[in-house]
Design a protein around this ligand. Structure first.
Ligand code: PLP
Ligand code: COI
Length: 340
């Protein structure tokens, strides 16, 4: 039976659910994995994850569709990205097929926590892995855990679909060469100072520019950018140092094939931002969150679509993407993975 939670008023926080999944890696191989109920982890004080931050993670969601099925959206791509994250952090790869099996088992076991259709909430799925044995010389661990937990969540930004205000960050989103494309704990740890500072100054997020020249738009702390030009083209930054968002890749396809829009994935000079008609953040947690204002060291750039509500083109993209995810609109082959 569905849990008695106030689904429509959930924020983006942690709610403990009944089951999680763990697979252990030892002597060069992953074990078969299992569902467990214990939400705690006990490790050596010298575990590689604590000393050298050898950890990476993923994020995806389970939804209840209009016809009552439970589905996830393109989990194979999260599995693939986690394989890449593991390789870059010298961790053993947890195969993407097993990734999909693992998240399927955990969602199925926690199905009473999947928010109902129409509530605006979803079940956030957090796969993660870490080096667990004691390592004091700087080198990778030899033992690992691959885990998944879930938590029901509402909107990532307070205020739901209201446009947010962001600021150009003076800090870089830490992306040591080659880690821009991975979801690694260290990249996020190094962004915590910047997000705390942004919040203290009254901003919802940071806009990171490219670290080398500080002339081009990269991404925010937890989402990629999408922009709409005055003639209705979807523009999104192309960069080797941002996370390849699955939401963004899906939106490019949706814009082109469902909405007959022109799309451009290319470097975006910061100076061009003031010319766009609409701006938004996209990601699993952010879905599409409209940006109303960008503060560049005191200079305010007001996006023409305004601070009241999402602009019309982003709204159409939002409706189509969420329509596909919730089963109101036919999905491209392979995008929807049903949990049954
Ligand atoms: N960029 C960063 C830094 C993120 O943390 C996320 C969230 O996962 C994204 C972009 C969006 O990626 P996706 O659409 O795959 O969730
Ligand atoms: C996601 O959208 O899944 C993210 O990982 C963003 C943030 C919560 C880290």
């Amino acid at each position: 039976m569905a849990k008695d939670l106030d689904w429509s008023n959930l924020g983006f926080g942690y709610v403990k659910t009944d089951y999680r999944y763990v697979s252990y890696y030892k002597d060069g191989a992953w074990d078969n994995g299992q569902l467990i109920t214990d939400d705690t982890i006990t490790l050596s004080e010298c575990a590689c994850v604590f000393q050298y931050a050898q950890t990476c993670f993923e994020g995806l969601k389970a939804y209840t569709t209009i016809d009552g099925r439970i589905v996830t959206f393109r989990p194979d791509l999260n599995g693939e990205r986690m394989e890449n994250s593991a390789r870059r952090l010298s961790m053993p790869v947890f195969p993407k097929e097993r990734f999909v099996e693992g998240i399927t088992e955990v969602v199925k076991a926690n199905k009473d926590f999947v928010p109902p259709y129409g509530s605006g909430a979803s079940l956030y799925i957090r796969p993660f892995m870490m080096g667990t044995n004691a390592v004091i010389g700087v080198k990778p661990a030899t033992e690992y855990q691959w885990r998944v937990f879930t938590t029901p969540v509402g909107p990532y930004f307070k205020g739901g679909a209201k446009p947010i205000t962001i600021r150009v960050s003076d800090f870089d989103r830490a992306a040591p060469k080659g880690t821009g494309h991975v979801k690694a704990g260290l990249n996020y740890a190094m962004s915590l100072y910047a997000i705390t500072d942004a919040h203290q100054q009254g901003f919802d997020e940071n806009m990171y520019l490219d670290a080398a020249t500080r002339t081009h738009v990269e991404e925010t702390g937890g989402a990629n950018f999408i922009f709409i030009t005055k003639d209705g083209t979807l523009v999104t930054p192309k960069s080797e140092t941002i996370l390849p968002s699955i939401t963004r890749r899906s939106l490019l396809y949706v814009a082109e094939h469902y909405l007959n829009m022109k799309v451009e994935e290319r470097p975006v000079p910061f100076e061009e931002v003031a010319d766009f008609a609409e701006a938004g953040l996209c990601g699993t947690a952010a879905v599409i969150s409209p940006v109303g204002k960008i503060n560049d060291h005191g200079r305010e750039i007001c996006i023409p679509s305004g601070m009241d509500k999402m602009g019309p083109v982003l709204q159409e993209l939002y409706d189509t993407l969420t329509g596909i995810q919730m089963g109101r609109i036919d999905a491209p082959e392979g995008w929807i993975h049903e949990i049954k």
